[in-house]
Design a protein around this ligand. Structure first.
Ligand code: ATP
Ligand code: MG
Length: 288
């Protein structure tokens, strides 16, 4: 398996479940285990992942000064192959920003705003959904990262499909609640349907129960439901509800860099570490 870049994308057709938080924390957790990790933010121009990792304002300045070209939306353009012929590897390395937390990041860009519509204009479905995959195969894999994690929007569109196509492995954060439970079921059916339609396999690689308060009966019941429904993909431990995570997010860091973590933040760190180890096992097995 050495030398292969593992890939996974965080997705659920629902906002606010913790996709971005999960990508940030699993990224740091994989780095802690000695992997070199690249994160890619496809989740929209608001740049949540950049904010979470404390690099948003710097990148905002670049965008305002018109220095953010090429950017993540450029790699989907027809012109990308011309750009890379001209700039070589620098076209891709120029997209990457180092974060203070370990993982590198290709941040979101306002160009993502119109990307869904632009992709929609491509008639051929293989072509429409394969742009990101081609970019990763041809330009990112040669950079030698051990793992690439992709943050996706909380809705199904052409950008999302590019992420799923490229990664073939999905990380699903789930919150307690009947709606969330149904969404996770629906996703499993969707992935199967996509796989059959396009003759590719997209696997549920990790289901990570998030924002769990085990003092609540309902939360404990949903934990059991998730374990029963997703026996192969369920994370070893859930991520607790933690005010520290919310605060850390807002101050542009992960729970791993808190100086004085609360009990729930400590627990969250341990959960992300065990989840990242499980993810690594599953993706490595598949790549063999
Ligand atoms: N375990 C947790 N405990 C407490 N708050 C959390 C936890 N996980 C995530 N949050 C908070 O929940 C909110 C939504 O999380 P996040 O942005 O990661 O969700 P998302 O699925 O990426 O949302 P969107 O669909 O809008 O992109 C954030 O304010 C985040 O700090
Ligand atoms: Mg998000």
């Amino acid at each position: 398996m050495m030398g292969d870049t593992l890939r996974a994308a965080a997705f659920l057709d629902k906002g606010g479940v913790g996709k971005t938080t999960t990508v940030a924390h699993l990224g740091v957790a994989l780095q802690e285990q000695g992997l070199e990790v690249l994160l890619i933010d496809l989740a929209g121009k608001q740049g949540d992942l950049s904010k979470h990792l404390g690099i948003w304002s710097g990148y905002q300045d670049e965008i305002e000064d018109d220095d953010a070209w090429p950017n993540i939306s450029t790699v989907f353009d027809d012109s990308w192959s011309t750009i890379t012929k001209k700039l070589g590897e620098a076209a891709t390395t120029g997209l990457v920003i180092e974060t203070g937390e370990g993982p590198d990041l290709i941040p979101a860009h306002p160009g993502l705003d119109t990307l869904d519509a632009e992709l929609g204009n491509i008639d051929d479905a293989q072509e429409r959904y394969n742009r990101l995959r081609n970019f990763l195969d041809e330009h990112v894999d040669p950079l030698g990262y051990d793992a690439v994690l992709i943050d996706l929007p909380g809705l199904s569109n052409n950008v999302t499909y590019n992420g799923l196509w490229a990664a073939r492995n999905v990380i699903v954060p789930v919150e307690p609640g009947s709606f969330e439970d149904e969404q996770a079921d629906a996703l499993q059916i969707d992935l199967k349907r996509i796989g059959e339609n396009f003759n590719i396999g997209i696997d549920l690689a990790l289901v990570l129960p998030n924002k769990i308060d085990t003092r609540r009966t309902l939360d404990r019941e949903y934990l059991e439901t998730f374990e029963t429904k997703f026996p192969d993909a369920i994370a070893p431990e859930h991520v607790p509800y933690s005010q520290d995570i919310r605060n850390a997010t807002e101050s542009g860091q992960t729970a791993f860099s808190l100086e004085d973590p609360s009990t729930t933040a400590d627990q969250a760190q341990a959960s992300y570490l065990s989840a990242s180890a499980a993810l690594l096992d599953r993706l490595s097995d598949k790549n063999e």
